[in-house]
Design a protein around this ligand. Structure first.
Ligand SMILES: Cc1cc2nc3c(=O)[nH]c(=O)nc-3n(C[C@H](O)[C@H](O)[C@H](O)COP(=O)(O)OP(=O)(O)OC[C@H]3O[C@@H](n4cnc5c(N)ncnc54)[C@H](O)[C@@H]3O)c2cc1C
Ligand code: FES
Length: 246
């Protein structure tokens, strides 16, 4: 169930040239699973901006966003103490009950943030967690140290080879992660598709599609699955590998 909640900005700080971390204080009881998202109202903008929950506790929620256009540029200019109007607790989130004893998390670019809360939940459930994080270049890397500090085995891949394994996440998995029983992934569509084509294990994929309303009313985010058309914002953003039609 989602709720409209006003949060107060505690921190809003850059992690890289383009990626920012926003820490908000407010009622977090509606966030019940890793992989859910919030939809942020911005002054002067008709559509809200959907951003995955990176982490949440009883009083705070952490979001990580990349500045790509007008809305996210507006967010980066916001200061501690300012208020933000959010729809919170949106989406189905990851089903952690399906994780294996050794579970792989795969994130590409701004697909990385929701995997952080997921890693915490899996480690708390005594799973061994390996994380493979893919970026274009070393300057774009964020949160690799944070995953290490949690206790995950962390492998970084960069497309240009400036840090970690040279290549894509699929290269890093083939070279460095010989055994895992199940996976969770979030990132660009080509990455998700390549992953499903190359690993035989089952898993869950989070789709960060373009959205309109964000809560199931406009059908602006429809995608085809083996069970028929589903809305990414309502029945997703997380789907089983086995149900997706590419
Ligand atoms: C479920 C979900 C989770 C997401 N989580 C994250 C996250 O954790 N971190 C992050 O950096 N980005 C995330 N995104 C993408 C993020 O919503 C867009 O980058 C952001 O809305 C761009 O807004 P803008 O005004 O700066 O860009 P503009 O291009 O100016 O936006 C114009 C319009 O298009 C929409 N839009 C543009 N790109 C996207 C996109 N990729 N997905 C959905 N709507 C888009 C905007 O919401 C806005 O309504 C997520 C998207 C979805 C659907
Ligand atoms: S964005 Fe409106 S139904 Fe999904």
């Amino acid at each position: 169930m989602y709720k409209n909640v006003i949060y107060t900005i505690l921190r809003n700080e850059p992690l890289t040239d383009a990626v920012w971390r926003l820490v908000l204080e407010g009622d977090t009881q509606w966030i019940t699973r890793p992989g859910q998202f919030v939809d942020i109202a911005l002054e002067g903008r008709f559509l809200r901006r959907p951003i995955s929950v990176c982490d949440a506790d009883e009083r705070t929620v952490t979001l990580i966003y990349k500045v790509v256009g007008e809305g996210t540029r507006q967010m980066a200019a916001m200061q501690p103490g300012e208020r933000l109007d959010l729809l919170t607790g949106l989406g189905n989130g990851f089903d952690t009950a399906k994780a294996a004893a050794h579970t792989l998390l795969v994130g590409g670019g701004v697909g990385v943030p929701p995997l952080y809360g997921l890693a915490k939940a899996l480690l708390a459930a005594s799973r061994r967690v390996t994380v493979v994080l893919g970026f274009n270049t070393a300057a774009e890397i964020f949160y690799a140290d944070e995953f290490e500090r949690l206790g995950c085995t962390t492998v970084v891949a960069t497309a240009d080879g400036s840090r970690g394994v040279k290549g894509f996440v699929t290269t890093a998995i083939a070279e460095r992660v010989p055994d895992f029983g199940y996976f969770y992934a979030c990132g660009p569509l080509p990455m998700l598709r390549a992953l499903c084509d190359t690993v035989e294990q089952e898993g869950q994929l989070s789709f960060e599609e373009r959205m309109g309303c964000g809560f199931g009313a406009c059908m602006g985010c429809s995608c085809r699955t083996k069970q028929g058309t589903k809305r990414v914002c309502k029945e997703g953003p997380v789907f089983e590998k086995s149900e997706v039609i590419w």
